[in-house]
Design a protein around this ligand. Structure first.
Ligand SMILES: Cc1cc2nc3c(=O)[nH]c(=O)nc-3n(C[C@H](O)[C@H](O)[C@H](O)COP(=O)(O)O)c2cc1C
Length: 330
């Protein structure tokens, strides 16, 4: 497949492969190399709602800790100064990237409660962001907070951000919703244009030797992809929102599967942090070859061909096969 052009959130992209939100935002040379390697767009790391900063910084202190990667890969991995967050420095970075990269630059906002911070959305638009990715990273820890309250609060945030700007807004979700399609319908009604599926949660572990909590972040593997494929395949044709897969894309086959499930674009982070920008060229070539080999000439033909509506054995996406699968285990 030679023509990889696509449209995401109304933006023309020359490739469906997108650099996902990550510390790479702070390394212009690495981002330029990603664009040379075929990235169709770049998502900046998040600007956080002020109230969340302390909490999020603690959660993200893994940056300084033991990420599993070799020395060469570490050179693509900027230090923790990215987390000194004020909108001023973020906007400066956005303008710099916007001027230096000839692909759309998507800014990322991360917050969970309606409030003054939402005005950052307008600042991002004024600074030249092509779109906003709104990350609803929310962990319910208060027993008084019901799912309904929490979801309504999230939808209020989506609506407030959408009302602030005229650029498109996509919403990055966690996989943990009891009724994802219903929530997605709410996101669409609130005026968003796209979904990014899914957030990858930072999960502390227990260090039994030190009896402390460990803050390591393991990069993803392809094993995390099927959760995304399933969600996208189920939602395809059931939402007017365009969909991006984020999480577990490491190979050309992974990217091809995401598109066949129904994604319009595919975000990559861990593979870039582990391997450097050339990972994108590798994934792009292999994805292209694979899709052409199956017989697709355009991304539009491939998109959703393995979704719940279209896969030849699509009931496999549904729960029907669950009991059979378990009982068939040897
Ligand atoms: C070091 C690191 C920093 C990240 N920072 C952000 C961020 O600021 N905002 C955000 O929405 N996602 C952030 N993410 C999540 C990624 O955008 C992505 O959703 C996740 O890593 C799954 O994709 P992957 O399997 O390709 O890594 C970060 C991920 C990593 C590894």
């Amino acid at each position: 497949m030679t023509d990889l052009t696509t449209r995401w959130l109304g933006l023309d992209l020359h490739s469906p492969l997108v650099v996902g939100a990550s510390p790479l935002t702070d390394d212009l040379d690495a981002l330029k190399a990603c664009v040379d390697a075929g990235a169709g767009a770049v998502v900046m790391h998040s600007l956080f709602e002020e109230q969340l900063v302390a909490e999020q910084m603690a959660a993200h202190r893994f940056i300084d800790s033991r990420i599993n990667m070799d020395a060469e890969a570490r050179s693509f991995f900027p230090g923790s100064e990215m987390f000194e967050m004020g909108s001023g420095s973020y906007l400066k970075r956005l303008k710099r990237l916007q001027g230096a990269l000839d692909v759309p630059v998507i800014a990322s906002l991360n917050g969970i409660s309606p409030g003054g911070w939402i005005q950052h959305a307008g600042e991002l638009e004024n600074a030249g962001a092509s779109a906003i990715e709104l990350n609803l990273y929310d962990l319910a820890t208060d027993p008084a907070d019901t799912a309904a309250t929490l979801e309504q609060r999230q939808l209020d945030v989506v609506r407030s951000v959408v009302e602030q700007v005229s650029i498109p807004v996509s919403v990055k979700l966690s996989p943990f919703y009891s009724a994802l399609p219903a929530f997605v319908a709410g996101v669409e009604a609130a005026g968003a244009r796209g979904l990014v599926l899914f957030n990858r949660f930072y999960q502390p572990d227990i260090d039994l030797d030190q009896l402390t909590l460990s803050r390591e972040l393991a990069l993803s593997s392809s094993a995390e992809l099927p959760l995304r494929l399933h969600a996208v395949a189920m939602l395809f044709n059931r939402t007017g929102l365009e969909m991006a897969v984020s999480g577990g894309v490491h190979t050309g086959d992974d990217a091809a599967k995401a598109l066949l499930s129904g994604a319009t674009v595919v975000q990559v982070v861990s593979a870039l942090l582990a391997e450097g920008p050339q990972a994108l060229a590798r994934i792009s070539d292999a994805m292209s070859r694979r899709l052409r080999g199956i017989g697709y000439n355009t991304l539009a033909e491939a998109r959703g061909a393995m979704s719940l509506d279209s896969a030849p054995d699509s009931q496999t996406w549904e729960r029907l096969n669950y009991a059979r699968l378990l009982h068939g285990w040897h």
